[in-house]
Design a protein around this ligand. Sequence first.
Ligand SMILES: Cc1ncc(COP(=O)(O)O)c(C=O)c1O
Length: 496
Amino acid sequence: MRSICADLLLQRFDLDAAQPRNRQLYACLRAAILDGSLTPMSRLPSSRDLAQELGVSRNTVIHAYDQLLAEGYVHSRVGSGTFVSATAPDRFLNIDGADNRAAADTTTTPLSRRATRLIERAQAAPKQWGAFMPGVPDVTAFPHRQYARILAKLWRTPSPELLTYASGGGRPELRQALAAHLRIARSIRCDPEQILITEGVHQAIDLTVKMLVDPGQSVWVEDPGYWGFRSVLGMEPGIRVVAVPVDAQGLCIPHRPGRPRLIFVTPSHQYPLGSVMSMARRQELIAFARANGAWIVEDDYDSEFRFGGHPIPAMQGMDAATPVIYVGTFSKTLYPGLRMGYMVVPRGLAKAFHTAQADLYREGHALTQLALAQLIADGHYASHIRRMRLLYARRRSFLVGLIEKHLGAEFLHSQDSNAGLHVVLRLPDHVDDVALQQTLAQRGILVRALSRYYVRAKPQRGLLLGYAGVPESHITAAFGELLSVLRASGIGLSQR
Ligand SMILES: Cc1ncc(COP(=O)(O)O)c(C=O)c1O
């Protein structure tokens, strides 16, 4: 069988060209190294093999290799062969300007207006783990041994249908297991047929808006609210995204509301402020949605983690036919990199959503879904959530204790409801919380500025501090840094 290197060269090698063959081969190899087709440290075929594969003399190859060696593009190890150099010689960087021209092209190529807006406002953090990254669970506590055992068993004899494209909303086993879990844990009313397994909340939002909203129609998001909704919705041309203020009871229906198609809410734990939507507001919103032909999209992203009082049931289950599309995720209960979530749609929409999901995104991950179904059915999922609830409750009260002791209870947000994976550190209105976020990032402390979650409402200032991801020792060290940055800015000086 021919080597990949020979395949590559044969596509570029012109046997009829006037140039000597060794010069041609040298030029082809050098170009392949420069454009990255031959990666640093990769091994070139032996001169004998390559000569045979290309149908040239061995001397031709030896000459070409020698020239590359002399110029530092490759190095040879006695007895092991010839390798592409790990570090490029200086002139690799601008051999004929081609690479630079390509780079310039990508920066001057105009993006679509909506992509430009997305890039300007992008908020996904490059670093996602460490104190105080909000919204991230303790990924080191994931029951990887049990999961690895389940996966290993499935990989022993995977049937073809587990490895090809899937269709129909996800593996029935996982939908079955989730329906049972959600019925008990979140009071959701659904059959497995109403469930779709998604690649997380973002995909669920993308699918929902594509399925239910036409250009010219509007959707509501909470203000302040999760930036991810705005990013996904902003990519849909012609859709009006209206930011609607929230108060301590939840979303406030405007006086002149119009007729939104979708209303995105986080009723069990408002993101980012932390309040629970009151029963009166829930009923008002359901009545409004029914009267106006709107769908409420309930994002139930972290409600497994409530540390005091009764669990708050989801809006979806408030009666037998709420106008609610329910969205959940394994990102908080297991780990975000899994990219797995779920949605529950009304019976009448289920078939269309299943078909569209398969056509739009070409479903897969069947094996992972089967493994998760097993994890749930074996009880590992529920017991992991129980253990994490205790762990996060402890870390939360540890961080809250530090804030109360060193800054004062007034620095805790009044809408906090003792749940989720972060607290909001409330700061005075004159404070530049975005600048604080940047200063802290330079010291390796990850926080998010509260004001960046606002669109039109007057922004409150503060910092979102995640406490779930790291142990108390990390929290203590990071809090010390935070305190010194705050004090250097004149914040919290009246406290000890
Ligand atoms: C309110 C809210 N919804 C959804 C998500 C993202 O969920 P997923 O990872 O499933 O896309 C997040 C992530 O932090 C979030 O804060």
